[in-house]
Design a binder for this molecule. Structure first.
Ligand SMILES: Nc1ncnc2c1ncn2[C@@H]1O[C@H](COP(=O)(O)OP(=O)(O)OP(=O)(O)O)[C@@H](O)[C@H]1O
Length: 545
C-alpha cells in the first residue's frame, strides 16, 4: 500500500519537475525512463523555459508542498554546496500555508492540557497570529491576566512529513548512486539532517527547553530578550510562552522612523552572535526576519528580542578554537597559518602538502579582501574555507555549517540595518579577548588550579602508577627486542630454506639429466656415476642447510 502511494507521489514529482523544465535533475536516476514515457505520451509539457534554473526550481518546490519548500529554504543556506544562482532563488521560497480551523486548534490544546480551554485562558484569539507548515500560533490571555502566545502543532503533519521524507530518501539515494554531484553533495546526509530538524520541530518541549536555556544565558545581558516559557502549559504538541511586542527586524522603515540608532543595532547583532558562539557555545540557528524583533522603547539603546528557538547550534571547545584561530589568521591574511592549523589539528589528512593547501585557501580567500572593509564577509570566508577544505578531504562538522549559515544571515541583516557595518571592529576585540581568556597564562593557571584537587587526589597513587608505567615500558622494550630477534631468525631461516630448495632442485635436475641423453664427449658410464655423485652431494647440502 505504502509503496503504491510512494510510486504515485514519485509520478507526481516527476510530472512537476518536467513541467518546470527540470528533467536534468532526474537524468541520472531510474525516473528518467518514466520521464521519457511521460513526454512520449504528452502527459506533461515543459513550461517556464524563459526562467532560469533557480527560478524554475523555486516554482517546482512551491508546487510540491510545504515539506519541499522547507527543504529548499534549508538548502538555500548551504552556499558551501550550491551554486549562488540556485541558492539565491531558494532563499526566496515562502513557507505560507493555509491556517487550520480554530476549532481543531482548540481541540488539540484541550486534549494536550487535559482541560477545557476556558479554564486555562480567559481569552483565546480564534484568528491565528501566524500559520506555517508545522505549527500555528494563536494569541491568548491566561486566567491570571498574562498575555501569551500558544503554539500548536498542525494535526496530521507527522504522517505527511514521514511520507515525504521516505520519498526524499529514495530520490537522494538515486541521486547519490547515479550522479557524481549527488555523491559530492552527500544527498542522503542532507535529508538525514533535514529529518532531524523536522522531527525536533514536532516536539515543542524541545523548543521550550531551548528557549529557557537561551533566556538564562542572557539573564545578565540586556541586549537580547527571550520570552518566558510557561512550563506547566507545555506539552509535546502545545507550547505557551510570554507574548512579546516589538518592531520586526525586517521593517527598516519603522525602525528608522522610531529613530533607532541603526549603527548600534547592527553592532549589537554581531555582538549577540559572538557572545552566543564564544561565551555560551549555544546559538540560535534559525535566524530569519520573522524570528527577530527590536525593542525600541529607548531608540538610542535598542534591544533585540528573539523567538522560535526550535533549531539551536552547540559548539565544543575545539570548534571554537577552530573558528577563533581561523578568523584571526584570515584577517591577518595569514593563509599559511590557516593551512598549518588544519594540518596540525588533523582536520585534514597529514598527507596533504601544506603549501598546496595554503595556495588553495589563498586563491579562495584573496577575492574577499578585494572589497572594502565594510563588505568583507566572515560568512563568505567560512563558505570558501569549507569548500576548499572539503576538496582536501576534511569532513566539515554539521554544527560548523549551521554556524556558517547563521553568520551569513547576521552579516546580511547587519548590513541591511547599517550598510557601513565593519564586522571586524566588533569581532576582533571579542576574539582576541576570548583567545586570551581561554589560552592565556591566566587561563592556563586557572585550569591548573581547577585540576589541582583531582591531581592531589591522585598524588598518593603516583609512585605506583609510575612504577607500573616503567614496567610497561620495560616489557614493551623486551617485547620489541624479542620481536627483532624473531624477525632476524625468520630471515635466516628463510634464506636457509631458499638455499635448501636450490640445492634440492639442483640434485633433482642432475638425476633427471642422468635419465636423458648425455653429450657425446662424456662416456656413458663415467657420466652416469659423476651425475649421481653430484646429485647426492646436492641433496646432502640441501638436507644439512
Ligand atoms: N512570543 C511571541 N510573541 C509574539 N508573537 C509571537 C511569539 N511567538 C511567535 N509569534 C508570532 O508568530 C510567528 C510564528 O512564530 P514561530 O516562528 O515561533 O512559528 P513557526 O511555526 O516556527 O514559524 P516559522 O516556521 O515561519 O519560523 C512569529 O513570526 C510571530 O509573528
Amino acid at each position: 500500500m505504502t509503496s503504491l502511494l510512494t510510486l504515485r507521489r514519485a509520478f507526481v514529482i516527476n510530472r512537476i519537475l518536467i513541467r518546470h523544465g527540470l528533467e536534468e535533475f532526474l537524468a541520472p536516476t531510474p525516473l528518467s525512463r518514466l520521464t521519457q514515457l511521460m513526454r512520449l505520451f504528452a502527459l506533461t509539457s515543459n513550461r517556464n523555459k524563459s526562467l532560469n534554473r533557480g527560478q524554475r526550481l523555486n516554482q517546482a518546490l512551491t508546487e510540491l508542498g510545504p515539506i519541499f519548500i522547507k527543504l529548499g529554504q534549508m538548502l538555500s543556506t548551504r552556499r558551501d554546496l550550491l551554486p549562488d544562482d540556485i541558492a539565491d532563488e531558494l532563499a526566496k521560497l515562502q513557507d505560507k500555508v493555509a491556517p487550520f480551523e480554530s476549532e481543531v486548534a482548540i481541540n488539540v490544546v484541550e486534549q494536550q492540557l487535559n482541560s477545557p480551554i476556558d479554564q486555562v485562558f480567559s481569552q483565546f484569539d480564534r484568528t491565528p497570529l501566524a500559520s506555517a507548515s508545522v505549527a500555528q500560533v494563536h494569541s491568548a490571555t491566561l486566567i491570571n491576566g498574562d498575555d501569551v502566545v500558544v503554539k500548536i502543532i498542525r494535526p496530521g503533519i507527522k504522517k505527511k512529513i514521514k511520507a515525504d521524507l521516505k520519498l526524499l530518501y529514495l530520490l537522494a539515494g538515486w541521486f547519490e548512486k547515479y550522479s557524481s554531484t549527488g555523491r559530492r553533495l552527500h544527498a542522503k546526509t542532507i535529508i538525514k539532517d533535514y529529518q532531524t530538524t523536522l522531527f525536533n520541530e514536532l516536539d515543542l518541549r524541545i523548543e521550550a527547553a531551548n528557549t529557557s536555556q537561551l533566556k538564562r544565558n542572557f539573564e545578565d545581558n540586556s541586549i537580547l530578550y527571550v520570552p518566558a516559557v510557561y512550563w506547566d502549559l507545555c506539552r509535546k504538541r502545545v507550547m505557551v510562552q510570554e507574548k512579546i511586542s516589538g518592531i520586526p527586524i525586517g521593517d527598516i522603515e519603522a525602525l528608522k522612523s522610531a529613530d533607532v540608532d541603526m549603527r548600534l543595532l547592527a553592532h549589537r547583532g554581531v555582538e549577540i552572535f559572538f557572545t552566543q558562539v564564544f561565551k555560551h557555545s549555544y546559538f540560535h540557528a534559525d535566524m530569519h526576519p520573522g524570528n527577530i524583533f527590536v525593542d525600541a522603547s529607548n531608540p538610542q539603546d535598542p534591544k533585540y528580542i528573539g523567538i522560535d528557538c526550535g533549531i539551536m547550534g552547540t559548539l565544543n571547545e575545539s570548534d571554537k578554537r577552530y573558528l577563533a584561530q581561523n578568523f584571526v589568521a584570515f584577517f591577518n591574511r595569514d593563509y599559511r597559518r590557516i593551512a598549518e592549523l588544519h594540518l596540525d589539528s588533523g582536520w585534514i589528512p597529514a598527507k596533504v602538502s601544506v603549501e598546496e593547501f595554503e595556495s588553495a585557501i589563498r586563491t579562495a580567500c584573496e577575492p574577499i579582501f578585494g572589497k572594502p572593509l565594510d563588505e568583507i564577509s566572515f560568512g563568505q570566508f567560512l563558505v570558501q574555507l569549507f569548500q576548499t577544505a572539503r576538496r582536501f578531504e576534511m569532513e566539515v562538522q554539521p554544527q560548523l555549517v549551521l554556524l556558517q549559515k547563521t553568520l551569513l544571515y547576521i552579516e546580511g541583516l547587519g548590513r541591511q540595518l547599517y550598510p557601513k557595518l565593519d564586522l571586524w571592529e566588533t569581532a576582533q576585540p571579542f576574539l582576541k579577548s576570548w583567545l586570551k581568556e581561554t589560552y592565556g597564562p591566566k587561563a592556563v593557571w586557572l585550569k591548573m588550579k581547577n585540576k589541582a584537587p583531582e591531581w592531589l587526589e591522585q598524588l598518593p597513587e603516583m609512585p605506583d602508577k609510575i612504577n607500573k608505567l616503567l614496567d610497561q615500558v620495560e616489557k614493551r622494550e623486551e617485547h620489541q627486542h624479542q620481536l627483532v630477534n624473531a624477525i632476524q631468525t625468520l630471515k635466516k631461516a628463510q634464506s636457509r630454506g631458499a638455499q635448501k630448495i636450490v640445492w634440492a632442485l639442483a640434485g633433482t635436475a642432475l638425476v633427471m639429466a642422468g635419465f636423458s641423453e648425455l653429450p657425446g664427449w662424456l662416456s656413458a658410464q663415467w657420466g652416469d656415476v659423476g651425475l649421481l655423485t653430484l646429485s647426492l652431494v646436492c641433496f646432502m647440502v640441501s638436507f644439512r642447510s
